[in-house]
Design a protein around this ligand. Sequence first.
Ligand code: 1CP
Length: 336
Amino acid sequence: MTRLTNCILKKDHSCVPIWFMRQAGRYLPEFRKIRSKNKDFIKLCLNSNLSSKITLQPLSRFNLDAAIIFSDILMVPYALGQKVEFKKNKGPDLSSFDLKHFLKNDKKKFIYKLNPVYEAIKLTRKKLNKSKSLISFIGAPWTLAVYMFGLKKGKDQINKDKFKKKEKEIKIVLETLIDYLCAHIINQHKAGADVVQIFDSWAGLVPKNKLFNYCYEPNRKIVDFCKKKKIPTICFPRGIKTNYKNFAEKVNPDCLNLDYNIDPVWAKNNLKNFCLQGGMNPRILFKKEVEIFKEVDKYLNVFKNHPYIFNLGHGLLPKTNPHILQKVVKRVNSFK
Ligand code: 1CP
């Protein structure tokens, strides 16, 4: 067991493991260097050697407890036949969704297309110290559907008309995705990943009366599958506010990642039986050092006697200073 799996599974709170969402990414100059020579992001994710190298970059800088495989949640729509492009300053761009095409997919081909991800995990596991976890991940069905159907309006709103118009198709897709996602999880696990994080980054866009069907149920089915396979799960239903409590009860994952709108004291009192992770606003890292440490200490002290993994309430932002991050890691590592 690693410090991370000990905390997640055994609810050991004698130490605070630490890693960051998006720890391998644009805030690191060594990543930007590789990225500038690899313009096609999907191809970069499918380059097992480079993917493994990028995965390990943050671990050679910081004393982290886990590496997270360098890939993307949108590799799944890609492997299911949708064209996925990442345009500078615009975010991901997917070709229009075609249900007939989508339903013609089969698992064998899907896994074949994602094989470079599994190879990257194997390579990384060989190089990674045994005391460290290797985290695999997927996007939850709803969050993938948001991208596959282009359901977002502006930065963080749902296009209600489109949602209503496509609701029947969305239901079919959510159900179908579960199977593919479980296959992706098990293959990542067999390749050497010891934990899975399930990103429901757009759970906050699910209409309130549909949370059960669109968020809790798909997550629960995937978590149940992982339990059968003994794969520890971290769920991240971002943006659902106090429904975190309902989510926790219905889905019952091993660990929950808090977003930065969740009050940590509320979380500690209302999510008692769960290992908790993250919470701090990534924007805090742009403040002065005293203010950053004050906020870091707040999370450490609130969760002092609770199984807690230090992380953030969303991914690291591209403008984050790696030297500041180094100081945060040292502070968390030396907390007793
Ligand atoms: O242009 C670039 O250089 C690409 C930037 C980038 C990177 C570094 C993207 C595009 N994805 C990634 C890697 C990535 N994505 C990881 C790697 C491991 C890590 O260091 O954490 C992970 C875990 C993800 C997961 C991911 N991708 C999520 C879930 C987490 C979250 O941030 O909410 C989501 C929603 C995506 C979609 C995505 N990929 C990339 C972008 C710009 C986006 C869109 C985000 C949005 O719509 O706001």
